[in-house]
Design a protein around this ligand. Sequence first.
Ligand code: NAD
Length: 243
Amino acid sequence: MEKKVAIVTGGVAGIGKAITLGLAAEGYLVVVCDVNDERGNALAEEYSGSVVYRNCDVSDEESVKDVVDKVSAEYGRIDVLVNNAGIIRRRTGEEISTADWDLVFRVNVRGAFLFCKHAAEVMKKAGKGRIINVSSVAAKLGDITSAPGYGPSKAAMDGLTKTFARELAALGITVNGVAPHAIETDMSAEWSPERRAAIIDAIPMKKLGQPEDVAAAVLFLASEGAKFITGEIIDVNGGFLMD
Ligand SMILES: NC(=O)c1ccc[n+]([C@@H]2O[C@H](COP(=O)([O-])OP(=O)(O)OC[C@H]3O[C@@H](n4cnc5c(N)ncnc54)[C@H](O)[C@@H]3O)[C@@H](O)[C@H]2O)c1
């Protein structure tokens, strides 16, 4: 495969879709891994030749390994991996079940770990690769919409980013993250009108971000210009958190 190959998890909707289309526009063949077959198949049909859809539950090691093995066998390369799939369960600490808390960690942390683990083996053979993890401002602040599994899962993801960054740096593979806040997607559509207004009011730019704003940061981290950057997590938040 002469084209560069990217894997984007959770790539059929919201931020993941913007990342997918951004990479496709830059000439990548993008393998989108998601559990929403209807949207996935429609996306692959619309962008045939640039986007391929694979059903893959990121929390399931067999599914992840199967995708990585098939991509490696069919195309011979994985240049970029974007761990974007994520879920949130908005409940108080009292309300959330341990099963829901575990599920958030299985998708957000275990999913990213499994793809890093298996895709890195393909990248190591090539002596190069870019891994980009989609975190959240909630990693640093806790979750402002009352989701006791979500903030901790993103903090764990940031730890994963820095740990893999150290392990893989000398092998030509960079591992970075982006940390969005308040991006207009299905996930943020769950906010009540009052919550939405309060969130916008707390952002210095006084507006929500767009999925393309996050995709732009991901594209930079995947670019040649970012070759000396690793273990970094870029805030994409309209000035909400400046640290
Ligand atoms: N929207 C925001 O304001 C915001 C803010 C900070 C961080 N984020 C992060 O950005 C990422 C994308 O968020 P979004 O708002 O676009 O969400 P979204 O809900 O619109 O999209 C998430 C995608 O992940 C997929 N997915 C869910 N579980 C999966 C699984 N087990 N295996 C494979 N795919 C799965 C969904 O089908 C969906 O396509 C998430 O990691 C989220 O935590 C979003």
